[in-house]
Design a protein around this ligand. Structure first.
Ligand SMILES: Cc1cc2nc3c(=O)[nH]c(=O)nc-3n(C[C@H](O)[C@H](O)[C@H](O)COP(=O)(O)OP(=O)(O)OC[C@H]3O[C@@H](n4cnc5c(N)ncnc54)[C@H](O)[C@@H]3O)c2cc1C
Length: 488
């Protein structure tokens, strides 16, 4: 039996923020990680490192990016992303089911928490590559996302883990927590290999259940067991199950998840040597299924607000596949994820040639779809990728509401995609103090949760960058609260 003040389960972003926060309060902290050391960092290591933060202008951003150059400020329109915007967008995307207090805490604490993270060695920078377009000589950011971590998810995890090691957080790898039991005022944890731990406060940060095939089929529904996994193979719902076993209430949308368009030939499980297999800039092109038909309004909104539902849409198509189509003009605007070596890219000099090259598609129907679409574009409306430009189609059964450009400039390029699941929405119910709640909304004393396994934030759609921010905010709160229990 190993005794600590605080035990954190999971070495992703949420767990690391919790561990650092508890350690800052002087607690003796153990961090238990199921994966071997080389696969530490969970889904967080697989991320692009984009964080959603409320800010009032460039001066707020300078707090997070002190080395921002004057020339960058001059050449960029960072705009502002107010707390009201952040709160309102997430509330609306959840169809007003998100817990107002927890969401308010995430939004209100976003800037101070990210500032705290810079103090722990995390380096933020503007997301020029993925979230800004140059319009009239200036980079204009769009979709409420302005900053990312230098080095992406790996950079984030390396910075936080390095700091945790230096600060004296004790890391235990290959340590799959499997049983949580009450032990006086605190908790006892047993791992799969028999190691046992005891502490006054426990923070669960073991992610959702996207890598649990049986739970996926059971909770998300038929077909979801066939989706590819974008991130870690270790998030199988252990933390959720352990909490339910001691009286936590299941909460949120257990049949909902974040899943995106993903390269049809990507590995079945996330691979840190093959990142960027997602294909999320469909809003600049067209998407068709094997019947040669469109099935979504690609331009309904910025992709940041629609991409998380695209995996579910493609899973419903014949054979679970689709193709994203671009001409040269739109292709030039695409970011790195379309340029990775392994992308399943098909190129042709004419639409007829392209239709013939897409294996398994109804080529005649596709050409008809493209003819109709090209004729329906409102060319008189100027194209502007940095705003919702209203350049739409007219008369189509499924419209394209913004950024509708005809496909007419060769070469034409298609990307073959399927469904890649990112993380699941359902999980535990927490309050704004990150305490895990039971069926009567009472906290389970000394038990906290942060990150993907929190069930009361995302329900229907998800806004890019919210996952890391909410994990950091609630993780930091959970760690400090758990540490406070040792003297309680
Ligand atoms: C490819 C990809 C890109 C993404 N990009 C972004 C982005 O740019 N911005 C954003 O905000 N979000 C992004 N996300 C979502 C993001 O990953 C999550 O919101 C966030 O990283 C979750 O952090 P977490 O700490 O909750 O979970 P994780 O980082 O997954 O950490 C959970 C940890 O718990 C461990 N664990 C599991 N079970 C046990 C157990 N029984 N005992 C001990 N340890 C256990 C796991 O091994 C893992 O290390 C992305 C996700 C993916 C997959």
């Amino acid at each position: 039996m190993q005794d600590y003040d605080v035990i954190v389960l999971g070495s992703g972003n949420a767990g690391l923020c919790a561990a650092l926060s508890a350690r800052e309060q002087g607690a003796r902290v153990a961090l238990l990680e199921r994966a071997p050391q080389r696969f530490r960092g969970g889904n967080s290591a697989h991320t692009g490192g984009a964080f959603r933060v409320a800010y009032d202008g460039v001066d707020d951003l300078r707090q997070l990016m002190p080395d921002l150059l004057d020339s960058e400020v001059e050449n960029s329109d960072f705009g502002r992303y107010s707390s009201d915007d952040f709160y309102g967008e997430l509330a609306a995307l959840s169809q007003y089911r998100a817990d107002p207090e927890v969401l308010d805490t995430v939004v209100g604490e976003s800037l101070p928490t990210l500032r705290w993270m810079t103090g722990k060695g995390v380096r933020f920078m503007p997301i020029y590559g993925r979230q800004a377009f140059k319009v009239e000589g200036k980079y204009r950011f769009w979709g409420g996302l302005t900053i990312e971590v230098s080095g992406g998810g790996l950079g984030l995890v390396e910075a936080l883990l390095g700091r945790a090691e230096r600060d004296g957080v004790e890391l235990h790898y290959d340590c799959r927590a499997q049983a949580l039991t009450r032990d006086g005022d605190g908790w006892r944890i047993r791992c799969a290999d028999g190691r046992e731990f005891r502490a006054a406060g426990v923070v669960l940060a073991t992610g959702g259940f996207h890598a649990n095939l049986a739970w996926r089929a059971q909770y998300l529904g038929p077909g979801w067991d066939l989706a590819k996994v974008r991130g870690t193979r270790y998030n199988t719902g252990d933390g959720i199950q352990m909490a339910l076993d001691v009286g936590a209430v299941p909460y949120g949308n257990w049949s909902g998840c974040h899943a995106v368009f993903y390269d049809v030939n990507a590995p079945e499980l996330g691979d840190l040597d093959r990142l960027n297999q997602q294909k999320n800039y469909f809003h600049l092109g067209l998407v068709v299924n094997a019947d040669g038909k469109r099935f979504v309004d690609e331009g309904l909104d910025f992709r940041n607000y629609t991409y998380s539902g695209m995996g579910a849409k493609v899973l419903q198509q014949p054979s679970g596949v689709a193709w994203q189509l671009f001409d040269q003009h739109s292709h030039d605007l695409l970011p790195d994820e379309y340029r990775v070596r392994q992308a399943t890219r098909i190129q042709a000099d004419s639409l007829e040639e392209l239709a013939g090259k897409l294996e398994g598609i109804n080529a005649n129907a596709l050409l008809e779809t493209l003819r109709e679409y090209n004729a329906a574009v409102r060319r008189e409306v100027p194209f502007n990728p940095a705003v919702r430009d209203g350049r739409s189609t007219t008369g189509l059964a499924i419209p394209k509401s913004n950024w509708a450009n005809p496909l007419e400039q060769p070469p034409f390029v298609a990307y073959a995609v399927t469904c890649g699941i990112t993380f699941t929405f359902g999980g535990l119910k927490v309050n704004s103090g990150a305490e895990v709640l039971d069926e009567a909304d009472q906290p389970l004393p000394g038990l906290y949760a942060a990150g993907e396994l929190v069930g009361n934030l995302y329900y229907v759609k998800y806004a890019g960058g919210a996952g890391l921010t909410s994990g950091s905010v609630l993780g930091r709160i959970a760690g400090a609260a758990a540490a406070a229990r040792r003297s309680a």
